[in-house]
Design a protein around this ligand. Structure first.
Ligand SMILES: [Zn+2]
Length: 357
């Protein structure tokens, strides 16, 4: 709507008003071109949806403290960072908290911000963290994991690429463990099984793509910050199947799937990455939904990786930018499908918590 108003304003600014129309129009062309670019950027850097439309999907609850016995509490910390806490043990995925600005990410080297990371650790009450599981080694997942591991003494679990980010962050090899997909890992009462998965299909912005170079699929040596965002190579993508007593959770960060990989898995709660879902062909969207939600049959689905991670966590989360996503259409698709399948959907704001069981 705002974009439309902006466009009308531009037309008024550049419209010739006197009879010598063609001459005027000719003079106006450079101005028109400039304003058109301004208009396009104005729209591209706006959130791709309005959270106000989804108010009823946020729990807006004040949960009791300490966590009641038998409950598992999840706290959403933006992108695909999810803190799980059973009152005794905490585990987290990714732990990406620094969230450098778009400008900084695009034009300079980036690094973890210790004071931001510490403030998130304090605000989210991360004080019993035992393990960090990193879903892949792009910067918006792995960048802060070594620092969070250092500050909390938690163990870092990841691919060989993630462990190279850990080594570059001076993390001791004793504090790291390489993923062994399919082999369960016990952390307190949590049993985590790492599953091979697939990254969201690559995209291109301003001529740059995030596709993995097949000749360099991994981070091969210790990666020290500060470093360019593009130096964080994917290094494989993984899902996390988490069991706690009789309760089952799947955390799936990327919007993609390995055909049949979840066939033997059913869960109570599915954290589902929805970034760029509606930008894919309809056939992809349908197969993705079938291979994830319809296969694992969750009672509750919590969309993740929907927020603009160029904004700090200290501010309310906003949907991804129009530049690379369409939150409104992603949610429309998910809500339409889950309504048919009678799956409950909940969204979480930054630092918002929910008792899953
Ligand atoms: Zn990625």
């Amino acid at each position: 709507m705002v974009c439309q108003r902006f466009l009308i304003l531009l037309i008024f600014i550049v419209m010739p008003t006197k009879p010598s129309l063609y001459q005027k129009l000719n003079q106006s062309l450079p101005k028109l071109f400039f304003l058109l670019i301004l208009f396009c950027s104005h729209c591209a850097f706006r959130p791709s949806g309005n959270l106000g439309h989804y108010n009823s999907y946020f729990p807006h609850e004040n949960l009791p403290n300490p966590i009641p016995k038998g409950k598992i509490r999840a706290t959403f910390l933006g992108t695909t960072s999810i803190l799980l806490d059973d009152g005794e043990t905490q585990i987290i995925t990714d732990a990406f908290f620094s969230r450098p600005s778009l400008w900084k990410t695009a034009f300079s080297k980036i690094e973890s911000d210790p004071s931001t990371v510490q403030s998130v650790i304090t605000k989210a009450k991360i004080d019993r963290l035992r393990a960090i599981f990193v879903c892949h080694s792009h910067y918006d997942h792995v960048m802060d994991a070594p620092l969070v591991a250092k500050q909390t003494k938690a163990k870092l679990f990841g691919s060989s690429s993630t462990l190279n980010v850990g080594l570059g962050g001076d993390l001791s090899p004793n504090q790291m463990e390489k993923f062994q997909p399919g082999k369960p890992v016990q952390i307190g009462k949590f049993t985590i099984t790492v599953l091979e998965s697939k990254h969201t299909p690559p995209f291109r912005i301003f001529g740059k793509t995030n596709a993995t170079d097949p000749n360099h699929p991994n981070i091969e040596s210790p990666l020290s910050q500060p470093i360019k965002a593009t130096d964080y190579i994917e290094g494989g993508t993984f899902d996390f199947f988490i069991q706690h007593g009789k309760n089952k959770i799947l955390i799936k960060s990327s919007t993609n799937f390995v055909e049949g990989a979840l066939d033997k898995i059913q869960v109570d709660v599915l954290f589902l990455g929805i970034a760029q879902l509606s930008l894919q062909p309809v056939s992809f969207q349908d197969t993705f939904y079938k291979q994830t939600v319809q296969t694992t049959k969750p009672k509750l689905l919590i969309p993740i990786h929907w927020d603009n991670f160029f904004k700090p966590l200290s501010e309310p989360l906003e949907p991804n930018l129009q530049l690379g996503d369409d939150f409104e259409s992603n949610m429309k698709y998910i809500l339409k499908q889950t309504e048919k399948d009678k799956v409950e959907v909940q969204l979480l704001q930054g630092f918002e918590t929910i008792d899953l069981f």
